[in-house]
Design a protein around this ligand. Structure first.
Ligand SMILES: [Zn+2]
Length: 301
């Protein structure tokens, strides 16, 4: 399942490749699971919308849309498309009026377990399990492919917010506050998306290893020093993973079809029975709340 670093990598790639393009038309498959908004609403929101940007919020990909108007509006737009550069700057940089906001919408993509957003030329064969195809003005297509169908597509009119705090933006005090009086294991608390948004199994295990904290420890039992260490570890792990393009476990690739390589830097995740890179003790695997947790019995207390 793609976690924060993978989604960040994908969102950055999409932002680079798609910003400024216009969605001309939309095809949706007939499987209901991937569509979290009514199909008609998805189509009417996406069609003729300009992609103003793409960013990550938690584990969601948020495509910022600017809706062009109807046929008349499009004509007007064409007049605006070949102006002098000065005019163009003024149009782009001017303050957003209330009217502008009426044209703003967001396309929210959650990749679930196996979801992928691929940029393809139209002559490339459509993969099995393709649930949506957006035809772009540039001639390319953006395709949503998801064999296991845990991914979700939705459109919203108002600012999308993930339920939990953003792990890369949250301050130490707020971070520590999330775990105060929490009786669940710290590993479960890290995975709880209503506390922190975007941390999954891999990065929770890796962060706990670096912080020297066992995954089964009650969240509330962590000392001030341990919370500070965990705070630093979470940010380090996530930033290093983003720099490496994410972790390619199972079939993760980014929007260009490139694999990430942070999996080669995993110190505990997926290394059950292998020697700890610090103390050589065999890495243990336990199951906590139905999820496997990997840790070093010597380095983590
Ligand atoms: Zn160790």
């Amino acid at each position: 399942m793609p976690e924060l670093p993978e989604v960040e990598t994908i969102a950055r790639g999409l932002a680079q490749n798609l910003t400024g393009d216009v969605i001309e038309s939309v095809w949706l498959g007939n499987k209901p699971e991937p569509l979290k908004s009514p199909p008609g609403e998805i189509v009417s929101t996406l069609e003729q919308a300009r992609i103003a940007g793409v960013r990550r919020v938690g584990k969601h990909i948020v495509v910022e849309l600017h809706r062009e108007e109807g046929a008349a509006g499009r004509k007007k737009k064409q007049v605006l498309r070949s102006p002098t550069p000065a005019r163009q700057n003024r149009v782009r940089r001017g303050p957003r009026s209330a009217q502008d906001d009426n044209h703003a919408a967001q396309w929210i993509v959650h990749l679930g377990m196996t979801g992928r957003l691929l940029i393809a030329q139209p002559d490339v064969a459509v993969a099995k399990h393709t649930h949506a195809i957006l035809r772009l003005r540039s001639g390319r297509e953006l395709r949503f492919v998801d064999p296991r169908r845990f991914g979700r597509l939705a459109v919203v009119r108002h600012g999308f917010e993930a339920p939990g705090s953003e792990p890369l933006d949250v301050g130490l005090e707020s971070f520590a506050g999330l775990f105060r009086q929490r009786k669940t294991p710290i590993k479960s608390a890290l995975l709880n998306q209503s506390l922190l948004s975007g941390i999954g199994n891999i990065y929770a295990d890796e962060s706990l290893f670096r912080a020297g904290v066992r995954p089964r420890r009650r969240a509330a039992s962590l000392t001030r020093g341990e919370l500070q260490g965990l705070y630093v570890a979470v940010q380090q792990v996530l930033n290093e993973a983003i720099a490496a393009g994410g972790s390619s476990v199972s079939d993760y690739v980014d929007s260009n079809g490139d694999a990430g390589f942070f999996q080669f830097q995993h110190r505990v995740y997926g290394r059950e029975g292998e020697p700890c890179l610090v103390c050589r003790a065999p890495i243990k695997r336990v199951v906590i709340a139905g999820r496997s947790a990997h840790y070093c019995p010597k380095c983590q207390k």
